[in-house]
Design a protein around this ligand. Structure first.
Ligand SMILES: [Cu+2]
Length: 356
């Protein structure tokens, strides 16, 4: 039994090497902005789309209900079946470091405005690191010396805080507490020693209400989360939650139907890291497949536990291991329905895990 497991693990690992989820970052600052005129039709994630018919018929509209449910189903199906819809720009791409002479890994994050397509036709004026929302995923090894150069091309000051990363106080990135704000046109270099395995993230700590929810955050991983039975994973994926600002209800900076499906081979294991960069807690529910919670805020759990719904509060990270042992298209969504499903179909924090 153990041998079989190990073999499956080895095959999965080979797949992991061949097909990394996080592709290499490209600067997409000039991502094409599609018509912003479409925004009005979609509204805030589809929840308010086309209320006119129900509003005009009121509560005593039994005579027109037959017509209403048919058009409602039609509209839902149109939206639901347009998944996965194409949009410009992809967030959370892996960023490559420049390697300095002493081996230091240097990453450059340029904070700047971007036209971000949250879903087809809904283009918002977001804030970004390197033109993407969420910002690039930083990945380093335990023991690495790391530098992150922040270049501020925003029309307002900013800073970067390193959440969940052990760090010297002067590098903690809180405006007016540990450093002066980095003014428009300014630069600041953060020096970080990657002391221990972490599932961390980074975000603005200056006008956070607007800057973070409008796009200024990203994932920062140090080393690998230890897994039970040394499970080899075929994919390791971020699921970064947002609910406010111009980005709104999204997974990895996109709302359904533009969210990205998780495609898995039957029997493979997937390691999902939830990050909540938003302002509310989100119960993340996966149909059909168990979520084994293996780490909280990057700290490995002595006793991993199974759940079908994992509540992720603002600031928190949960790492869950999913063994894709049942084929099918499984709904994967925030279980607060006003965040994921309404009378025009799915929207916001909804995607699919497709096991084949
Ligand atoms: Cu939610």
């Amino acid at each position: 039994m153990l041998r079989t497991k190990a073999l499956v693990g080895a095959v999965s690992f080979a797949v992991a090497l061949a097909v990394p989820w996080w592709s290499v970052a490209t600067d997409t600052s000039s991502a094409p902005a599609t018509s912003a005129a479409g925004t009005a039709a979609v509204g805030d994630g589809g929840t308010t789309h086309d209320d006119s018919s129900s509003a005009s018929t009121g509560g005593d509209a039994t005579a027109t209900q037959h017509h209403d449910w048919k058009s409602m189903d039609r509209e839902m199906a149109k939206r639901d079946k347009s998944f996965p819809a194409k949009t410009a720009g992809k967030g959370a791409q892996l960023i490559k470091p420049e390697i300095l002479k002493d081996g230091t890994k240097r990453f450059t994050l340029t904070a700047k405005p971007v036209k971000w397509e949250v879903e087809p036709g809904k283009v918002v004026d977001a804030m970004s690191y390197n033109g993407m929302v969420p910002g690039p995923t930083i990945r380093v090894d335990v023991g690495d010396k790391v530098e992150v150069v922040l270049k501020n091309q925003l029309p307002e000051s900013t800073v970067i805080h390193w959440h969940g990363i052990p760090i010297d106080n002067a590098m903690d990135g809180v405006a007016d507490i540990t450093q002066d704000p980095v003014v428009p046109g300014g630069t600041f270099t953060y020096k970080i020693k990657a002391e221990r395995q972490s599932v961390g993230w980074y975000h603005s700590h200056h006008n956070g209400t607007e800057q973070v929810t409008n796009g200024l955050w990203g994932a920062f991983l140090i080393g690998n989360v230890p897994l039970p039975d040394n499970t080899k994973v075929a994919q390791e994926i971020p699921v970064e939650l947002q609910d406010s600002g111009v980005i709104g209800l999204t997974l990895n900076g996109k709302s359904f139907p533009a969210t990205e499906p998780v495609r898995v081979r039957r029997g493979d294991s997937v390691l999902v890291h939830y990050f909540n960069a938003g302002t509310m807690a989100h119960p993340m529910h996966l149909h059909g497949l168990d979520q084994l919670v293996v780490a909280k805020d990057g700290f490995p759990l002595k006793n991993p536990y199974k759940a079908d719904t994992v509540l992720v509060a603002p600031g928190e990270r949960y790492s869950v291991l999913v063994n894709a042992n049942r084929p099918g298209t499984w709904a994967f969504h925030c279980h607060i329905f006003p965040h994921s499903e309404g009378k025009t179909g799915m929207f916001g924090m909804f995607t699919e895990m497709i096991v084949s």
